[in-house]
Design a protein around this ligand. Structure first.
Ligand SMILES: *[C@@H]1O[C@H](CO)[C@@H](O)[C@H](O)[C@H]1NC(C)=O
Ligand SMILES: *[C@@H]1O[C@H](CO)[C@@H](O)[C@H](O)[C@H]1NC(C)=O
Ligand SMILES: *[C@@H]1O[C@H](CO)[C@@H](O)[C@H](O)[C@H]1NC(C)=O
Ligand SMILES: *[C@@H]1O[C@H](CO)[C@@H](O)[C@H](O)[C@H]1NC(C)=O
Length: 476
């Protein structure tokens, strides 16, 4: 049996090669799928890597056959910054100080002495050379990357993007700058509206800023424990190349510099080559663990902070939802009329790294846990976790909700049905509870039901956040 199958496959490939003639550069050999694999640390840096499209579960990124995306709403993280305050203060700056004390020669000819082998830092230039002005600010490469991702979305939604009239951005400079660069590549004028303290939009797009009970601390202890564990063999490997005593935080700082320097300069930093693949996987795990407790399934607040945006998106899409509004919508409304419709079908809001994970958590994406307590051990890597934040929150990381209008889904071929797909960094992410539609999409009504039920359970935003005082929230 097996032999026969192999033979048939051989013939088929042979014929295909003949037909393709010179166009046979397409990889036809099954082995090439893995033979081409090369480890890339930039794909394993949760929170601090340049943007990349992810493959996801393997589903096509284009709309499923016979389906068209007829509306979409995206929430996007800002572009690359020089470094964030915490990463700089805790990990990067202490290491830079050590580097600084190894300068050997006079001011005019600056060289660092004593660094060897993989740690040849004698001539390395620190990309964060003006922290006072750079920290938390978007980099020139970040502006370029914003435009690139903007172009990607325009080519993905050539009909929808031109309908966009206004988009929303948090008031921080890095976020407004990202938004402004992003929409420069759109063919039309777009107004960038600052997310104001209007409760409903603020809860949806900046929920952690509107929630008193939210703190960035959860996971710090676990991160530290795991850092102490994974850096031991790295320090023992690298110490001989360093003139100063390396600390755990120096390893973390160096690994972060790989991400930040690559994002600042727009090309892979040499520091990335200092570490081995498994050392990068340990770094990745450390931050997945941290983010899980801070903004993921390990923080009971997460679904409360994720549902408001889903609710806004669901209500918005319901306005455009077939069977449309021709019946029972009161007098005076013509066929297909939508109240207050200005034709916009593509919606964008720019925000912080925390928010896409809240949304993923609310929907149960990146979740394969059966018992949370053992999902993130702090003395070893859990290789089978599905919480991989490198794939959700690089700089410019995003989640989108696509409304799909599909034909040929029932016996009546003309009948159109509507579905929803969740997109994260270009790839569809099936909703675990709802994936019966084309391309593992979720039937529209089912989606709105899931969100409604979510709001019933996780709707008490002000309650869990302890926002007792009406006026006193959003302490930015
Ligand atoms: C390191 O040295 C450079 C050049 O002398 C200086 O500009 C910078 O402030 C120093 N950085 C730290 C963290 O000490
Ligand atoms: C707040 O935002 C919502 C949704 O964006 C909008 O419907 C509402 O009118 C706004 N309210 C105020 C007071 O601006
Ligand atoms: C995550 O997965 C576990 C196990 O399958 C499940 O019990 C839990 O409800 C899931 N969380 C969400 C938000 O779907
Ligand atoms: C690893 O994570 C998976 C999926 O989240 C979970 O089912 C499993 O129990 C975890 N394993 C360990 C050793 O913690």
């Amino acid at each position: 049996m097996v032999q026969v199958q192999c033979q048939l496959a051989g013939i088929a490939i042979g014929q295909l090669l003949l037909q393709l003639g010179t166009a046979a550069q397409i990889p036809l050999y099954p082995e090439s799928h893995t033979e081409g694999y090369k480890f890339d640390p930039l794909l394993h840096l949760p929170g601090i890597s340049p943007y990349f499209d992810v493959i996801g579960s393997g589903l096509s990124h284009a709309a499923p056959q016979y389906c068209e995306v007829t509306a979409a709403s995206y929430l996007i993280r800002h572009a690359a910054i020089y470094a964030n305050d915490d990463d700089y203060e805790q990990y990067i700056e202490p290491f830079i100080k050590k580097l600084n004390c190894t300068y050997t020669s006079s001011l005019s000819n600056k060289k660092r002495g004593g660094w060897k082998g993989p740690l040849s830092f004698d001539k390395w230039e620190n990309p964060i050379n003006d922290p006072e002005n750079q920290l938390e600010q978007i980099t020139p490469q970040g502006i370029k990357d914003s435009k690139k991702v903007g172009k990607r979305l325009l080519s993905r939604y050539p009909k929808l993007v031109p309908t966009t009239k206004r988009i929303y951005a948090d008031k921080r400079a890095r976020i407004k700058d990202t938004a402004a660069a992003f929409v420069k590549v759109f063919p039309q004028e777009v107004e960038v509206v600052e997310i104001n303290l209007n409760r409903s939009s603020f809860h949806a797009q900046d929920p952690h800023k509107a929630c008193k009970a939210f703190s960035k601390k959860p996971g710090n202890g676990e991160l530290e424990t795991f850092m102490s564990h994974y850096t031991i063999p790295i320090i023992s490997r690298l110490q001989r190349f360093s003139p100063v005593k390396l600390a755990e935080t120096d390893i973390m700082g160096l690994q972060q510099l790989c991400g930040y320097e690559s994002a600042i300069r727009g090309k892979k930093s040499d520091i990335c080559d200092v570490f081995t693949d498994s050392e990068w996987m340990a770094y990745e795990y450390a931050w997945d663990l941290k983010y899980s407790y801070m903004v993921g399934h390990g923080n009971p607040l997460s679904p409360y902070l994720g549902f408001p945006w889903l609710n806004t998106a669901s209500e918005l899409m319901s306005k455009f939802h077939a069977p449309r509004h021709e019946e029972g919508e009161g007098e005076g409304e013509g066929e297909g009329d939508i109240p207050d419709d200005d034709g916009q079908r593509f919606f964008l809001a720019f925000t912080h790294r925390e928010v896409p994970p809240f949304i993923a958590t609310a929907l149960g994406l990146f979740n394969s846990s059966n018992a949370f307590a053992e999902e993130f051990p702090t003395d070893r890597i859990n290789w089978s976790r599905s919480w991989k934040m490198a794939e959700l929150i690089p700089f410019l990381g995003h989640v989108g909700i696509e409304k799909l209008t599909c034909k040929e889904v029932s016996m009546d071929q003309k009948e159109e049905k509507e579905y929803v797909r969740v997109i994260a960094n270009s790839a569809p992410r099936p909703i675990p509870r709802c994936q019966d539609g084309p391309g593992a999409s979720c039937p529209f009504d089912e989606f709105t039901r899931i969100v409604r039920r979510g709001m019933e359970v996780y709707g008490d935003f002000d309650g869990v956040c302890g926002n007792d005082d009406e006026e006193d929230f959003g302490g930015l």
